[in-house]
Each structure stands twice: as C-alpha cells, then as structure tokens.
Design a protein around this ligand. Structure first.
Ligand code: TYD
Length: 209
C-alpha cells in the first residue's frame, strides 16, 4: 500500500467531534492499525502557538483576512510536518477539522468567499482527506452545549455567524459528495459511532485487511 488513510471530522462547535474521535482511536487501536490523531488549528508545535493567537479572546481586533491566513499557515505546517509523512508511511491520520473548516468558517461565516479555498489549496499542497464526516447539528443546539465562560473567540460569535457556517458546510458537502459523509449528529452518540464505523470498515476492506 502506498498511502495511508486520511480521515477528517467536521461540524459546528458542540457537534460531538471529540467523542467520535475517541471512538475512532479505540477502534483503530483494537484493529492494530497505527493511527495519528491530530487537530486544527494546531497539531504541531508551531501550529499550537498559532492556535493560541487565533482563539485568544483578547485578539478581538484581528481582521478576517489575518484570521484566514493564520488558519492556513497552521495547516501548511501541519501537512508538511505531520500529515504527509504519516500518510506516506502508510498510517491512518484522523484530524479534528481541516480545510473544510476554513471554507465554512472563514469563507461562509466571515464571508471571505472563494479566496479561502484558493489559499488553502496552496496550504495543503494536494493533501486532501479521503473521507470527511460532517456531523450535522443545528448551531443553536451546538452552542448551547458549550458553557459561555469557556467559549473561544470563534465560539462566542453571534448565532447568525454560526448559521452561515452551518449552511456553508452543507453546501460544501453537496459539492464533494464522493468525499463527504453527512451524519445526523442529533442522535445518540453510539448510533453515530455505528454509522461512522460502518463507513470506515467499507473503506478499510481491501486496503488494510
Ligand atoms: P476546535 O478546536 O474544534 O474548538 P474546541 O475548542 O471546541 O476544540 O476549533 C476552534 C475554533 O476554530 C472553532 O470555533 C472552529 C474554528 N476554526 C475556523 O474558524 N477555521 C478553521 O480552519 C479551523 C480549523 C477552525
């Protein structure tokens, strides 16, 4: 096999990505498949420093373009330093948010449009996910799951912003149906887990087994 498997999870804040990523960790561990779990923004030392700057509530005057470029910068470092080498070594990479977060949050949420896709295609240098699970949950419900004291700079945005992000995600999913799997995230977490693992097992058959 010449390339591993690149899985990303996307969705509004509070949609339950972290819980599902933990299930994926257990699943791949039980299968004996070497897996890297990572996240954006972050994933590398430089990326985590950029994450602090991006999400810091004190940076309320950060302009939208700077925000988009910082996410893309974190992603470029992540791809080059961690994701590409792991995939080339035949590993599975599970990433909590990736390029689609930028297209949804900065492209649709901040209304920066297609420029976000362009800068991010430069940043990822051809390294695109094999499969992307979109956890679909209305932003009202998602937001209500996160306590306001611990909301970061993006999470504390108005509901209109989060509604644009969510609508954006659903449009992106329609645009790339071969890569996206839309998951109703309003259901019980074990039912969601079952749906996700069924998809993964189909892909793994013939690849790893
Ligand atoms: P995340 O790490 O998922 O938040 P949490 O603190 O709940 O773990 O993401 C942080 C925020 O950054 C989240 O509101 C989504 C936003 N984001 C973007 O706006 N663009 C991006 O490209 C990425 C990766 C995240």
């Amino acid at each position: 096999m010449d390339r591993g498997l690149f899985i990303t999870l996307e969705g509004p804040d509070g949609s339950g990505k972290s819980t599902q990523i933990e299930y994926l960790r257990e699943y791949f561990h039980d299968q004996g498949i070497e897996t890297i779990l990572t996240r954006e923004p972050g994933g590398t030392e430089i990326g985590e420093k950029l994450r602090e700057i991006i999400l810091d509530k004190a940076n309320s005057d950060m302009c939208d373009m700077a925000e988009a470029l910082l996410y893309a910068a974190s992603r470029a470092q992540h791809v080059k330093q961690l994701i590409k080498p792991a995939l080339e070594a035949g590993k599975v990479v599970v990433c909590d948010r990736f390029i689609d977060s930028s297209i949804a949050y900065q492209g649709y949420g901040r209304k920066l449009g297609d420029a976000v896709r362009v800068i991010n295609e430069f940043a990822v240098d051809g390294c695109m996910p094999d499969i992307t699970f979109l956890l679909e949950l209305s932003p009202e419900i998602g937001k209500s799951r996160i306590k306001s004291e611990i909301q970061d700079r993006l999470e504390q945005e108005k509901i209109e912003f989060h509604n644009r992000v969510y609508a954006g995600y659903r449009e992106i999913a329609k645009f790339y149906p071969q890569r996206f799997v839309e998951i109703d995230a309003g259901r019980d977490k074990l039912t969601i887990k079952k749906d996700i693992l069924e998809c993964i097992e189909k892909i793994l058959t013939g690849r790893f087994f």
